[in-house]
Design a protein around this ligand. Sequence first.
Ligand code: UD1
Length: 429
Amino acid sequence: MQYYMKGGNPLVGDVYISGAKNAALGILPAAIMADETVIIDNVPDVSDIHTLCDAMSEIGVLVATGDNHTYTINGANISKARVDNEHIRHIRAGYYLLGALLGKYHHAEVALPGGCNIGSRPIDQHLKGFRALGATAEVQHGIVIVDGKNLHGGHVYLDMVSVGATVNIMLAAALAPGNTVIENAAKEPHVVDIANLLNRMGANIRGAGTDIIKIRGVDHLHGTDYSVIPDQIEAGTYMFAAAITQGDVMVHNIIPQHMDAISSKLIEMGCEVSEFDEAIRVVGKFPLHPCNVKTLPYPGFPTDMQPQICVALAKADGRGVITESIFESRFKYVDELTKMGAHIKVEGNVAVIDGVPRMTGAQLEAPDLRAGAALVLAGLGADGWSSVSNVDFIMRGYENFIEKLKGLGAEIECVSDEREARKFRFRVG
Ligand code: UD1
C-alpha cells in the first residue's frame, strides 16, 4: 500500500483535528488503574491506539468502543501484569503500562518499547524514577520487569526532560503512599492532560505543566469520564501543509496556545496566521522566508514537527538551519527530499537547507511517522506525481490522513498496486 499524489494544488478549506495520540496513549493505561469504569472520549482512530488496546485486552482489561473515538475501559479484572506481544514491541507507549500496573499491582512486566527509529531512545530515566519509588527495575531478555511490594513516594530529578519518564513516574506515584516530587519534568500539553485525568479519578497531582510535579499518593482511583485534548502535532502538520502548498487552511478543534511555537515560525516564514477561540487559519505566502529553528521540549518547537518545517524550508528563498536537540537520528527523510531536488546538508544534529523555487515529484519511502507525513506534504507541494511507501508509519498517528487532505483539495489516493495508481492518474489527468 502506498500514497499516490499529484502536487501543485494549494490546499484550501477546513480541517478538523482529532484527539492527541500521545495524550490518549497515556490516558488509556491510566484508566486501567481504577476498578471502576472510565469513559474516554475524543480518542483518535489510529493504529497505535488499537495496538495498545489489544495489549490491554489481552491482560483482562475490558475495552469497548462505540464509534472508534469513545472508549469504555474497566480494569477490575486484570488477570496478569505481563504485557508482551509482537505488536506492542513496535509502539513506544506500551511503556506506560509499566507505571500503571506498578502503581496498581506493585508489579509489571512489559516488552521493551519500540516506536519510530529516530535515535537510541533509552528508558533509564523511567527506571530511575521507579527505583526512587522503592521498586526494583531491570530488563531481562527484552522484557522490563518492575517490582515494588513497598512502593512509596520519592524524589526524582530527571537528567533530561523526558515526556515518557515524567508520565510513567506520575502514573506509578499516583497510587504510591507518601509524597513524590518530579523535578525537571516535561511540560507538554499531554503531560497535563494525563495528570488532569488522574486527578479526575481521585489522584492528587499538582504542578503538571511546570517543571516540578508534586504527587501525594492516594489509596485507590475511581471511575470518571474524560475527553482527550486535540493533537498539537496533527494540527501543526496541517498548518505547515498550508504553508508548503501556498494554501489557505482553517484548522479547527485545537487549543491555539499549544500551537504558539509553530505559529510563530510560520509567521517568521511570511505566512499569515490568525487565531480564533478553537481554530487557527494559515495562509501560505510565497516566497517563504528562511528561518533557523531548534527543536526543544515544550514550550519550544516540537521535535515531532521538525520534518514538516524542513519541507517548508526546502522551498524557502534562502538558507535555513535546523538543529535537532532531542533525537539524534531524525534526518533520515532528507535523502528522500534530495530526490525531489531539495538542497539539504546534514552534519550531526544540524541540517542546512538552501531553499529551491521548485521541487519535483519522486518515489519516496517514509522512514518514520512524522517524516512520512512530511514527505506527503512535500509531494503535495511538488510538481508532478509522487508516491510515498511505508504508509503504515503514517497510519500510526494520523486519523483519516488521506480523507482530510482530500477535503482540502489534495489529489491523493491510497493505492495497493500499479493498476490502481494508473486508474488514479487517468482520473486526475
Ligand atoms: C515522546 C513522544 C514522541 C516525541 C517525544 C518528544 C509518545 C508516545 N512519544 O517520546 O512522539 O517525539 O516524546 O516530545 O508520547 N531519554 C533518555 N532516557 C529516558 C527517556 C528519554 O535518555 O529514560 C531521552 C531520549 O532519548 C530523548 C529525550 O530524552 O533524547 C526525550 O525523550 P522523551 O521525551 O522521553 O520521548 P518519548 O517519551 O520516547
